[in-house]
Design a protein around this ligand. Structure first.
Ligand SMILES: *Cc1c(COP(=O)(O)O)cnc(C)c1O
Length: 366
């Protein structure tokens, strides 16, 4: 039996006929750029998150970049971001000419509020919490630190569409939040895609112009310098299809996470992610990431059993990319990256797949 880490060809099978119909519909209308399917998708997301504005953009990285641009984050500014994230989070800050200031993780693997506090200087403009693996950071602490120091919060929720912290959806805490629609993300399309959400009218207006060459959506006149960062209308039409079953998809992920947690809880070598029923968090399990003191041997064993694993972000925290020149120490993040890996987690998994993953891990310890 073979359970790849992510089964890309199977992605289309979820709703194949509906995708085919959407393709025929959009292409027969010749509706490729900024058309009604994109508008509909943005409306659907607004309803799903209860947020005032949702803007489809080229990808999750551009969503961050355009958001920071709209907030005028620039050279001389510092933005605090966890070292435990994808390169796109600090890159969006650096590409603005601003300085990404890295913070360590807390014991739960998420951005550490105490370390954020230590990293604040007179140049700090914003905090960028990253909702890694579809779980929110300790947003009460982060929001109160931001308030106390007059900082903006910009959320990289690329992995967390539908996650909640005390009933507030990821992406809606601060000035803006961003999501990725990359194929392997929880709401993936058939290529690149991204989203920015905000409750701020002025910010939304700027991002709408920035994604479309600085053109005002109302008048078509150029009002500012902009770029081309639009979500394809065709991708939006596919996303509208997938969004209809999205809540069930989240439930399925949570169910798989429950099964994994239950199956592995007696294995002392493993450190598991928090279980779905845990606490104030509603996690959507973009990834099921665990830690093992015998990672190398375990993942080799799983490979032999046909189970795909992946070490997130090529096994490196941001400060571990030598060329980027960070010199501070991040002990918790370092320790985490020595042991972390991910096992298959997606709605493309059958019950047989899940059983095979569980049996394969158990057989390593027997
Ligand atoms: C996927 C991801 C991004 C980037 O999204 P793209 O759509 O691939 O540009 C940014 N941040 C995090 C944490 C991600 O996981």
């Amino acid at each position: 039996m073979n359970v790849p880490f992510f089964n890309y060809p199977r992605l289309i099978e979820l709703h194949k006929e509906q995708y085919q119909r959407a393709f025929d519909d959009v292409t027969s209308r010749g509706a490729y750029i900024l058309q009604k399917d994109l508008k509909a998708f943005e409306e659907n997301i607004k309803k799903f998150l209860g947020v005032k504005h949702a803007i489809g953009v080229a990808d999750g990285t551009n969503a961050l970049l355009l958001g920071l641009m709209a907030l005028d984050i620039k050279e001389g500014d510092e933005v605090i971001v966890p070292s435990h994230t994808f390169i796109a989070s600090p890159a969006s800050i650096a590409l603005r000419g601003a300085t990404p200031v890295l913070a360590d993780m807390a014991d739960d693997g998420m951005l550490c509020p105490e370390d954020v506090k230590r990293k604040i200087t007179s140049k700090t403009k914003a905090i960028m919490p990253v909702q890694v693996n579809g779980r929110c950071c300790d947003m009460d602490s982060i929001m109160s630190i931001a308030k106390e120091h007059g900082l903006m919060v910009v959320e990289d929720a690329a992995q967390a569409l539908g996650a909640k912290y005390k009933d507030t959806p990821a992406g809606t805490f601060g000035a803006f939040g961003t999501f990725s629609l990359y194929p392997a993300k929880t709401l993936g399309c058939f290529g690149d895609g991204g989203l920015l959400v905000t409750n701020d009218d002025d910010l939304a207006k700027k991002v709408l112009m920035l994604r479309d060459h600085g053109r005002s959506p109302e008048t078509g006149e150029i009002e500012i310098w902009g770029t081309n960062s639009r979500l394809d209308n065709l991708q939006a039409s596919f996303l509208n299809v997938r969004l209809q079953g999205y809540e069930e998809e989240i439930n399925r992920r949570r169910e798989i996470a429950s099964r994994y947690n239950e199956a592995f809880k007696t294995l002392d070598d493993l450190i598991l992610p928090p279980a779905p029923e845990a606490d104030v968090h509603f996690d959507i399990y973009q990834n099921y990431e665990l830690q093992s003191y015998s990672r190398e041997a375990l993942t080799t064993h799983l490979k032999e059993k046909g189970v795909g694993t992946l070490i997130q972000w090529s096994g490196k925290a941001i400060h571990q990319h030598k060329a980027l020149g960070f010199d501070a120490d991040y002990p918790k993040t370092n320790a985490f990256f020595e042991k972390c890996f991910m096992i298959p987690m997606s709605t493309l998994l059958t019950d047989d797949d899940v059983n095979h993953v569980i049996d394969s891990i158990k057989s390593f310890y027997n």
